[in-house]
Design a protein around this ligand. Structure first.
Ligand code: GLP
Length: 264
């Protein structure tokens, strides 16, 4: 696990955009796994800025989003389809035919199988972006999710429904079920890039990095992945016992030639 502690949310967006753009430069036909939630919004804004500045190109990229609400129209303002169009896809040159978000209106079981097959036929995910739920969820894999799970329908916890209620108008029906890539699906990505910001995520971050691996904290499974980069701001990192070590590692990396750098 590489843990980068940046000064603030803006620095988290810049550091994670740098990693994603480096991936695109090294492999223009990369398959990206993308996330929603408020944390990656600044990352997407930075990617759009870099695209407009001619620093990155997405014309050969493919993308798969982590999750989508069940029963929601892709045109609905709170659908994850809409979110991705609005924050990223409408502003970069990714091929609209190369974008995939689970279809919330399709038969869930058929859609989950189709989604797994589509990821496999694209050759798997090269770089998976993740946010982190306050309860440790990744995608919509809530606590007690099987650490080997595949794309499937999940019932959200009351806490997650409450956390996401801020995005819905009071009279709007808020879905309580979602289609989500499974933890086993996520773990097959070749590189995982998780972002977390704010003190309200500090306990979840600590459990993910320094706690035991357990289904009650799904993100802790990332300890088993060989190539994970976690980018935190100081608030999200504030409860880590290993903060000084992580700063030290980054200082050493900066002083070492690229050939000698560790990846994980
Ligand atoms: C949602 C998404 C997750 C996201 C999480 C955290 O539940 N399904 O992919 O990581 O929220 O969101 P936020 O970044 O808004 O804290």
């Amino acid at each position: 696990m590489r843990v980068v502690i940046a000064d603030d949310a803006n620095a988290v967006a810049k550091a994670s955009a740098q990693i994603l753009c480096q991936q695109m430069i090294e492999q223009p036909s990369s398959v990206l796994g993308l996330a929603t939630g408020s944390t990656p919004v600044m990352l997407y804004r930075e990617l759009v800025r870099r695209y407009r500045a001619g620093l990155v190109c997405f014309s050969e990229a493919k993308s798969f989003n982590l999750d989508e609400y069940v029963g929601i129209d892709p045109k609905h303002h709170q659908s994850y389809h809409y979110f991705m169009q609005h924050h990223l896809f409408d502003h970069i040159n990714i091929d609209p035919m190369a974008i995939q978000v689970p279809q919330g209106l399709s038969d869930p079981n058929i859609e989950c199988q189709r989604y797994e097959a589509a990821i496999a036929s694209a050759g798997g995910i090269d770089l998976q972006v993740l946010g982190l739920g306050a309860n440790g969820h990744i995608g919509f894999n809530e606590p007690t999710s099987s650490l080997a799970s595949r794309t499937r329908i999940k019932t959200l916890t009351e806490a997650t429904v409450a956390a996401n209620a801020r995005f819905f108008k009071p009279q709007e029906r808020q879905p309580s079920m979602a289609l989500t890539m499974g933890i086993g699906t996520i773990m097959e990505a070749r590189h995982i890039l998780l972002l977390a910001t704010g003190e309200h995520k500090a306990e979840s971050v600590k459990a993910m990095i320094e706690g035991p691996v357990c289904a009650m904290h799904p993100a802790s499974v990332l300890q088993f992945h060989p190539t994970v980069t976690i980018v935190l701001d100081v608030g999200a990192a504030s409860l880590l016992n290993s903060q000084q070590y992580f700063y030290w590692v980054e200082k050493m990396r900066a002083e070492t030639t690229p050939e000698k750098r560790e990846n994980s």
